[in-house]
Design a protein around this ligand. Structure first.
Ligand SMILES: *Cc1c(COP(=O)(O)O)cnc(C)c1O
Length: 471
């Protein structure tokens, strides 16, 4: 026999005004407003009452108070929280880009919790090289001679240009004066977050030489712009927009051939940096890192958390002489990758080496999800909420890869559509869930795309939906 009488336990719960006063004393009512705090108080008490009525013992009032204050302070500080991505945008920049594989997250937790071999050579018991951890796998996977990882893609581009504009590939002395880097006018782009190629170039200490026109640039335009101060040719992948129609551009191979003849470097800002082909999933072919290395770029720069599907990082892979200059540049110390990201990058690359990336990396799993599975999931969600949302229906829709990759390319999907008189209010209610659910509005309905909802998130998603629809 249980000694606990649920009804008597429930009476031990603190009163709402006691919790409100505690929040007031902590300055949280002033910061967050009365109504949001009251809502949190009611939510806390509701959850505690449900737990007690289910047979649990009632925690001490101080414990309940502390839990509530912790939750409110996290909200007040805008602390980073887990969110559920029901938008169908696989690499969602505002939601943290690539979610990581379980092995990647575990490797990062292990590096975070303990000491590590970050700069320690275990064989010799001496100081080791922090940059070699990811380099081996990156070289084996991409065919590059050497590789180095920094904090993000933007840092990789900045550092590549800064390092390579300091010397010629031949080692021949370069004339005094500001080094020049040639870029096609069709590639003088803004990547997002204020990252504009002309500005980055200036920051690297080089001067920009623009060639060609927005839509047409020829190898001859590049060749004519070369001066004794020219040090490199930069190629920038048009990650987030398309140029269609009357468009010409030299291939990377042509730029490399020209650069070799004229003793110049070629830096390739590839952006997303896919290691797997995108075409088998019905998407336009995104150039892979291997192709760009094979074409002969001295450095190929790409992000760790776009199509690679790993932690935030900026990878530079390519020819040994170019990587050596990067490793000697003082900016490397300022832009270097931290141990947690390095551990995660290693674990992500290991999935590729074992040939299991498509299965293990959440972004590739999302890209490859079969339509029938998406439909079954949307149907399961509908069955669960149809009692509180009789208008809920399945609709065909489109998911996007996102993250400034594959602009305009979509993947067919199935959506759960919740027609609503006030879809914006329903969307806002979903965002107020403990793990905010981010969805979108289409044709007067709130729509949820199962493609980007991860394993293990369905329970929380459905709870948030029922609460938002019922309330
Ligand atoms: C995304 C992107 C960058 C910047 O990479 P981050 O990892 O976001 O810093 C640079 N260049 C291109 C072409 C990109 O697509």
């Amino acid at each position: 026999m249980s000694p606990i009488d649920p009804a008597a336990e429930a009476r031990k719960l603190p009163r709402a005004d006691r919790l409100l006063q505690a929040a007031e004393r902590a300055g949280l009512v002033a910061r967050l407003g009365h109504e949001p705090v009251m809502e949190a108080v009611r939510g806390e008490l509701e959850a505690r009452r449900a737990a007690v009525l289910a047979g649990g013992a009632c925690p001490r009032p101080e414990e309940i108070e502390a839990a509530l204050l912790a939750r409110l302070s996290a909200g007040a500080l805008g602390a980073l929280r887990r969110a559920i991505n029901a938008t169908g945008v696989v690499i969602h920049t505002n939601l943290g880009r690539a979610p990581l594989s379980a092995a990647t997250a575990a490797a990062m937790a292990a590096a975070a919790e303990g000491y590590s071999t970050l700069e320690f050579d275990v064989e010799r018991g001496e100081r080791g090289d922090r940059y070699h951890h990811a380099a081996g796998a990156l070289c084996r996977l991409t065919g590059a001679e050497d590789a180095v990882a920094v904090n993000n893609g933007a840092a990789a581009v900045l550092l590549s240009l800064a390092a390579l504009s300091g010397a010629r590939p031949s080692g021949q002395p370069a004339p005094d004066g500001t080094p020049e880097v040639i870029v096609s006018r069709g590639q003088l782009v803004e990547i997002g977050g204020g990252f504009r190629i002309p500005d980055v170039l200036r920051r690297s200490g080089a001067a920009l030489t623009e060639v060609g026109t927005t839509n047409r640039t020829y190898a001859a335009d590049v060749e004519e712009a070369i001066t004794p101060r020219t040090r490199a040719v930069l190629s920038v992948h048009r990650s987030n927009f398309r140029l269609d129609g009357f468009v010409t551009e030299p291939t990377l191979g042509e730029l490399v051939a020209l650069a070799r003849r004229r003793d110049l470097w070629v830096v390739d800002d590839l952006g997303s940096g896919a290691l797997l082909p995108t075409a088998p999933h019905g998407l336009a072919p995104e150039p892979t890192v291997m192709e760009r290395v094979r074409d002969g770029a001295d450095l190929v720069c790409f992000s760790g958390d776009k199509l690679l599907g790993g932690p935030q990082a900026g990878l530079m892979v390519g020819r040994a002489a170019a990587v050596a200059l990067v490793k000697r540049h003082p900016l490397l110390r300022a832009l270097r990758l931290d141990k947690v990201a390095l551990a995660g990058l290693g674990a992500t690359l290991a999935h590729y080496e074992r040939g299991e990336a498509l299965r293990e990396l959440p972004i590739w799993r999302a890209i490859a999800r079969p339509l029938a599975e998406l439909e079954a999931t949307a149907r399961r969600w509908r069955e669960r909420v149809v009692a509180v949302a009789p208008g809920a229906e399945l609709r065909r829709g489109e998911s996007a890869v996102g993250g400034g990759t594959l602009p305009g390319e979509t993947l067919p999907t199935w959506l759960l559509a919740l027609p609503s008189a006030d879809p914006a209010a329903l969307l806002a209610a979903l965002r107020r869930a403990p793990a905010p659910v981010v969805a979108r509005i289409a044709d007067g309905a709130v729509v949820l795309d199962p493609r980007t909802v991860l394993d293990g998130e369905e329970g929380a998603l459905l709870e948030a939906l029922e609460k938002a629809l019922g309330g």
